[in-house]
Design a protein around this ligand. Structure first.
Ligand SMILES: Nc1ncnc2c1ncn2[C@@H]1O[C@H](COP(=O)(O)OP(=O)(O)OP(=O)(O)O)[C@@H](O)[C@H]1O
Length: 421
């Protein structure tokens, strides 16, 4: 299936009543010197992370909005990826993506200074969560990460023209302040005009371990190329194993997991660090979904829409409060505030949860009316209304009442206390 089939795959292109055009996306042109100042001259203290091509810094804009500023590691490098990211992201905006806010494009001292400004994601990457976090995420959380990432890819594939990301991997899935998974890094993404000359002349690219083995010439590229990479990501989420891990034999996650799934030895692929999902049919369906995504024939892989549908059904059977803790990305001083007493960092954001869900969290944690705030913040994501935890209370480390209908609750030293529990 070549890239030309992207046209047929998108019902948007053939619909007799195309949807109304979305409102124009506002992309700002920044001054290089403003961003230089906002990142303290691209200082190490503001560094959020480094990729193979660029460094990413935290900056706070004049209105107080935190953003991530992407700076190429070498001035001459990457201008193609820079233009490409602007080209793709200036036409798509979605709560499932790390959206583009603006860029710089000016010459200073005879050098072309290029920076990208994107939404700031304060909870690190899915890679960190799965492989570096000492408390790995629960099945409820993993299902949400998988489903949200699948929805992000489906958003790209359903846009007009379809966009193929080409670099789906856990390091490119970032977690926002509500611990929602957002897809980022569009340097390799391609917009799929069927007559696009660039598409036909762009050599295959991606990350080893995630790359579709059938994608060997530009003609092989199709939306199912991303589905393969998503299948690897799903195996990673299921097993907690990296896409390629040379300390294992075989090192490739596909070569290891697929024979086990074929032989029905499913318990062998579920992450040994946490108890496997209780429901055997759930375990099977999730593993089979991953196996379908990594089929060698791209035609036999499901579409991203099929994957979203399948995962949505499966996710309903795993309660999100099947939670076993979450404390990722807590080492970066750009991201956290200090808990005044224990010295333990807590997220510097706010969360809302209903008193019902708070009670549930508490009984799950079973810690006698007291819990770590981070667990509550993570648990609260998505299903909450009435109780608001004030981040200023955390920063100051003072006793603060929690507002809302849980008036008996309060935060002390970064911990939440409540008589209701
Ligand atoms: N929006 C963001 N908010 C917070 N941190 C970010 C953001 N974007 C990137 N980072 C951090 O910076 C790191 C490098 O970013 P990015 O993946 O964009 O660089 P890259 O050079 O394109 O990477 P690659 O090696 O995949 O080509 C990420 O792993 C992440 O830790």
């Amino acid at each position: 299936m070549g890239y030309l089939s992207c046209k047929a795959e998108s019902s948007v292109l053939t619909s007799p009543h195309p949807p109304p055009p979305p409102p124009p996306i506002k992309i700002q042109q920044f001054q290089y010197t403003d961003l230089e100042a906002a990142t303290d001259g691209f200082s190490e203290q503001k560094l959020l992370g480094k990729g193979s091509h660029r460094s990413v810094y935290k900056a706070v804009l004049r209105g107080g909005r935190p953003v991530a500023v992407k700076k190429p590691s070498h001035l001459s490098h990457n201008s193609h990826e820079f233009d490409n990211e602007i080209d793709v992201l200036s036409k798509i905006h979605s709560p499932r993506l790390v959206n583009l806010l603006g860029f710089t494009n000016e010459s200073l001292d005879d050098q072309h200074q290029r920076l990208l400004v994107v939404e700031f994601m304060c909870n690190g990457t899915l890679y960190d969560s799965l492989h570096l976090n000492p408390r790995p995420p629960s099945w409820g959380r993993r299902m949400r990460f998988a489903l949200q990432t699948a929805k992000a890819i489906d958003t790209l594939h359903s846009s007009n023209p379809p966009v193929i990301h080409r670099d789906i991997k856990s390091a490119n899935v970032l977690l926002d302040k509500n611990l929602n998974a957002r897809l980022g890094d569009f340097g390799l993404a391609l917009r799929c005009h069927h007559d696009n000359v660039r598409l036909r002349s762009t050599p295959p690219a991606g990350t080893i371990g995630y790359l579709d083995p059938g994608y060997v010439t530009p003609e092989n590229l199709c939306t199912r190329t991303d589905v393969f990479s998503f299948g690897i990501l799903l195996l990673e989420i299921i097993s907690g194993r990296k896409a390629i891990d040379v300390s294992h034999s075989p090192p490739s996650i596909v070569d290891w997991a697929i024979p086990l799934i074929r032989r029905g030895k499913l318990s062998g692929i579920y992450d040994p660090r946490i108890a496997p999902p209780k429901d055997a049919s759930f375990r099977k369906q999730l593993a089979v979904m991953a196996a379908k995504c990594v089929r060698s024939s791209s035609e036999r892989r499901p579409s991203m829409k099929d994957v979203v549908e399948g995962l949505t059904l499966l996710a309903k059977s795993v309660p999100v409060n099947a939670w076993n803790g979450f404390s990722i990305a807590m080492t970066n001083p750009c991201i956290v505030a200090e808990d005044a007493v224990g010295g333990r960092p807590v997220e510097c954001g706010s969360a809302k949860l209903s008193s019902r869900s708070s009670r549930r969290v508490y009984s799950d944690l079973g810690v006698g009316g007291r819990s770590n705030l981070m667990d509550l913040l993570a648990e609260a994501d998505g299903d909450c209304e009435s109780l608001s935890i004030q981040p200023s209370a955390l920063r100051l480390g003072r006793n603060h009442s929690v507002r809302g209908n849980s008036s008996n609750s309060m935060i002390r030293h970064g911990r939440l206390y409540s008589k209701e529990f």
